[in-house]
Design a protein around this ligand. Structure first.
Ligand code: ZN
Length: 241
């Protein structure tokens, strides 16, 4: 059994469809949150995930769309996009988002949007990674939130290693080491590569593989302009930042 772990889809249904087309019928689809916000198709993304995802956790933009959580900390473009999202989100989508948990713990791994316990914190440097490892005993932690494909590893000496996966690649999981795997973003990559990102996890061979893939960026931008979503959010898709 293989997991396909998707995060930060952000109402980008075109990229989600491309991601799903790369998965097999037996793959377990997982969503790490921020299903909505920024993009033009929140209801379509929720419907597709409702049908296809077996596991899903809540992101901060999902909570912002539901109940204005944290909107005071958003920049102007993000706030405008959440207001727009609140205006179009239908009852069925709200109902599905409203039932998502903050975390899902399995014997061998943990699924959270941003970080263990402090669910919406960012893991962006070694200090934050060390603090995140200390808040859970999960050997393998899957996160999104940063929109940056990367991983952190800690061995018995507690030294932290880090690697960006800006152009995809794979990681062989070693016994005695713990990992934080950031799968990157399906809907709005920010690691200077406009190709979308998600990761496969195959427990039988202890391997994580990041995939970078094309999707019709201009079509998504056309829909965003038609919806009068902020120009900054439209432009950043083609820059990947
Ligand atoms: Zn996000």
């Amino acid at each position: 059994m293989r997991y396909a772990i998707l995060s930060d889809i952000h109402a980008n249904v075109d990229s989600l469809q491309q991601a799903l087309s790369k998965t097999g019928a037996d793959d377990v689809i997982v969503s790490l949150g921020d299903v909505v916000g920024y993009g033009p198709n929140p209801n379509e993304v929720v419907r597709l995930l409702r049908d296809r995802a077996r596991h899903a956790v809540l992101g901060n933009h999902d909570l912002a769309a539901l109940e204005n959580f944290g909107v005071e900390h958003f920049n102007e473009a993000a706030r405008a996009a959440i207001l727009w999202t609140q205006g179009v989100l239908d009852e069925a989508s709200r109902g599905w988002l409203n039932l998502l948990p903050y975390e899902l713990r399995f014997p061998d791994f943990l699924l959270v949007h941003g970080a263990p316990v402090k669910y919406f914190e960012y893991i962006l440097d070694k200090e934050e990674a060390a603090a995140a490892f200390d808040r859970t005993d999960a050997p393998l932690i899957f996160v999104g939130h940063t929109h940056i494909a990367q991983y952190w590893v800690r061995d018995g000496s507690r030294a932290i290693g880090h690697k960006h996966m800006q152009h995809g690649g794979s990681l062989e999981l070693e016994d005695g080491k713990r990992y934080i795997v950031d799968v990157g973003s399906v809907g709005q990559p920010r690691d200077l590569n406009p190709l979308a990102s998600f990761a496969f996890y195959d427990p039988s061979v202890k391997r994580v593989e990041w995939l970078r893939y094309e999707y019709p960026i201009e079509e998504v931008q056309r829909k965003m302009r038609a919806a009068r979503l902020p120009r900054y959010l439209v432009d950043r898709l083609s820059r990947g930042r």
